[in-house]
Design a protein around this ligand. Sequence first.
Ligand code: FAD
Length: 495
Amino acid sequence: MKLLKLFLVVFLQIYAKATPSVLIVGSGPAGIAAATRLLEHNHKNIRVLEAENRIGGRINSVFFGQAFVDLGAESCHGQKGNVVYDMVKNLGVLKHVDGPRSVYHSSRKEIVFGDELLRIIDGIYGPDGQRDEDEGKSVGHYCLDKYNASIYDKYRNDAEKFEIAKASVDLFHHIVLSYEGAFSWFEPSAKSDYRDCEGDLSLNWNGLGYKTVLEVMMKKFPNPSEQLPFDETVLLNKEVVKVFWNDSSSHNAVTVYCSDHSSYTADHVIFTPSIGVLKERHETMFTPQLSEAKKDAIKHIGFGAVMKIAMFFKHRWWESERNFTGFHFVWSEGDKSRAFKEFPEGPLKDGHSWLTEFFCVVPVDRNPNVLVGWLTGSMVPEIELMTNETLIDGLEFVLNKFLGHKYNITGPDSIIRTYWHTNPHFRGSYSYQTVEARKDKITAEMELAKPVLNLEGRPILQFAGEASHPYFYSTVHGAIETGFREADRIINSYK
Ligand SMILES: Cc1cc2nc3c(=O)[nH]c(=O)nc-3n(C[C@H](O)[C@H](O)[C@H](O)COP(=O)(O)OP(=O)(O)OC[C@H]3O[C@@H](n4cnc5c(N)ncnc54)[C@H](O)[C@@H]3O)c2cc1C
C-alpha cells in the first residue's frame, strides 16, 4: 500500500511537471496569442477567463450595415516585423486605406489648402517616437512649437489663410490624440520608444474586421475544420477580482477568484487586462501586493480614451466616389464659443461644447451607408455617458454645420458607439509613454513585463498585453507579441 502511495505521488509530480496548469486572464489579442502558443506546444491544461461576454478585448468587430465595423483596433500598422501582417499576408484580407484628406471649416466652406495643412501636420507628427527633440518635452509642446513656426513661415503674408491655419491647431491636437490615446497632447512624451514597422501603416480588413487575426490565430480561418479547441478553453463572463500568489509553491502557486464566486488554481497565471484595469484595481486585485517598482510602472504608463461612433444612414448623402476618404473639421474660435448656445445639450468644458471634440468622419470598407465619427480629448469620458438620442442630434448638427452647404444632410438612422473608458474591463483605449515614465531607469513597459518568480526561479504570475511591450505598445501586433512572449516563458521553463 505504501509503495502504491509513493508511486502515486511520484506519478502526480511527474504529471504536474509535464502538464503545468495555466490560467490566462483576458481573451484579447495577448490572451488569445498566449493560449494558441501553449495549445500548439501541447500544453493542454489551460483556461482563459474572460470578463466580457465575447472574446477579442479591444478588437471588437461588429456587423453593422453591410459589413463588419471595428469599434476597437482597425488598422494593421506596418508590414516588416509585424506579426499580424506576417500571419495574414497570404490570405488577401488586408487593403490599404487612405485617411481623410479634405478639411472643412465651421463657416461652411471647404478649406482649399486643407491638404497642405495636413501635410504640415504629417511632417511634424509622424506616429514614430524618434523625434529630433530632447527628453522632457511633451508631444504637445513639440508639435505646437513646430506647427506655429511652420504656419508663420508659410502664411504670415496671407491673413485669411493664417487665421485658418491657427484655428487648425485644434484639429492637429485631435489627430495626435487619435494616435496617442491620451486626453491631452501635453501628457505623452515627444520622444518615446515607440517604433513603426516598415511598410504600409494603414492596412484595414476590407469589411471582415480585425477579428480576422484572432480567427487566424485560433485556426478558425481560413479552414474552420482546423480550429484549435477554444470553445472548451475560454470561459466568458468570468471577471477575475482577486489573484492570490504564493512564491514558495512549486505547484498550484496562484488562485484567482471571480466576481461570480468561482475560483481557479493553477501553476501559472498570465494576466492580460489593460493598464487601465491595472491602474484601477491592482491594489485590491493582488495578494500579496505587487512590487513597488511594478506599482510605479503601472502609475507612470499613460492611458486615456478615444471614442468612435459608427453611423448608419438609410439615405447616403455623401458622394459614392471610390476615392472618398472622409472629412476633417476645423472650428473657428467664434463658432467654437457659440456651439454650446446653438446646441445646448451634452457636456461642456472650459466654455466649449462636446461637439468640438468631434473632429473627423471616415468611410468604412464595403459599407456604403456607414460613416465612422471620431472624438478625442478630455471630454470623451463624459461623452460616453450621453444617450444615443442626444449623440445622434449632436452629430447631425455638426455634419450640417460643416457640410450642409454642399450636401443634403440627414441625421444617422442608427448608431453603434464605444464605451472604452466607461467599461470597467478596459478603462481606456491604448497606452502611451508619459514624460514622467521616461525618467525611470528602465522603461515602465519593461518593468510591467517582468514576471513574478517562485523561489525556484520559475514564473508564476506573468503580465502580457499591449502596455507591456517595450516598443510596439498601443498596438495589436505588440499585444500579440507579449502573449507569445509569456507563453514561451512557460514553455521554456519546462524544457
Ligand atoms: C478605439 C481603438 C482603436 C484602436 N486602433 C488600433 C489600430 O488601428 N491598430 C492597432 O494595432 N491597435 C489599435 N488599438 C489598440 C489595440 O486594440 C490594443 O492594443 C490591443 O487590443 C490590446 O490587446 P490586449 O490583449 O493587450 O488587451 P485587451 O484587448 O484589452 O484584452 C484584455 C482582455 O481582458 C479582459 N479583462 C479585463 N479585466 C478582466 C478581469 N478582471 N477578468 C477577466 N478578464 C478581464 C478584457 O475584457 C479583454 O478582453 C485600438 C484600440 C482602441 C480602443
